[in-house]
Design a protein around this ligand. Structure first.
Ligand code: C5P
Length: 202
């Protein structure tokens, strides 16, 4: 029997991380933010490591030592995410995680389409570019990062384009994913809507 896997995909700042964490806590499932893997390889690349071998040798410490929330790391993460060998190297790490009991929530771009195509629940969270950019802006301002809303809009637009247009595992909703637009939802409303859907499936 396949494990309880919940795949939550969507573009940058669509609310995936917050919602996925909340769902994993409600169900007491394991949670993996797969963007962190790409960000860690991006951080290593900025330090001079070759990205394919960094991905092949990724260990849990890499996920702890860098400040992975930095906007410049997000940008370089979406560049190294274009490399098919990097994606292939990270695939096994993600699939192994998805087997953890009693279940796992994974969020990313290609979880429902490539990493866990047999996931019991697939959700594609989306939101307008403006609402995603302003959410990310307020998050970063709270952490004292000095950045303008225009710069964030621009960075998210570029990442969306790279993520959607790449040849290897592009960002796209799985045909059997439930698409939820969070533009006009509060965090609580988004979590409640996703949780109700998950409950109808598991
Ligand atoms: O989700 P997050 O914004 O942290 O992801 C950073 C970048 O990593 C994304 O813009 C995307 O290019 C890449 N990524 C990916 N596949 C995933 C998760 C993240 O390509 N499953």
């Amino acid at each position: 029997m396949s494990n309880n896997v919940i795949a939550i995909d969507g573009p940058a700042a669509s609310g995936k991380g917050t919602v996925s964490k909340a769902i994993s806590e409600k169900l007491q499932f394991n949670y993996l933010d797969t963007g962190k893997l790409y960000r860690a390889i991006g951080a290593k690349y900025l330090e001079g490591y070759e990205p394919i071998s960094a991905a092949q040798n990724l260990d849990n410490n890499d996920l702890k030592i860098y400040d992975l929330q930095k906007p410049e790391i997000a940008q370089v993460a979406s560049e190294i995410a274009l490399i098919p060998e990097v994606r292939a190297a990270l695939l096994q790490f993600q699939r192994n995680f998805s087997k953890k009991l009693p279940g796992a929530v994974l969020d990313g771009r290609d979880i429902g389409t490539v990493v866990c195509p047999d996931a019991k629940v697939k959700i594609f969270l989306t939101a307008s570019l403006d609402s995603r950019a302003s959410r990310r802006y307020f998050e970063l301002v709270k952490q004292d990062t000095k950045i303008s809303l225009e710069t964030i809009l621009d960075q998210i637009r570029q990442r969306d384009e790279r993520d959607q247009k790449r040849r290897s595992s592009p960002l796209v909703a799985a045909v059997d994913a439930k698409v939820i637009d969070t533009s006009d939802l509060s965090i609580k409303e988004a979590v409640d809507e996703v949780f109700a859907y998950v409950r109808s499936k598991i």
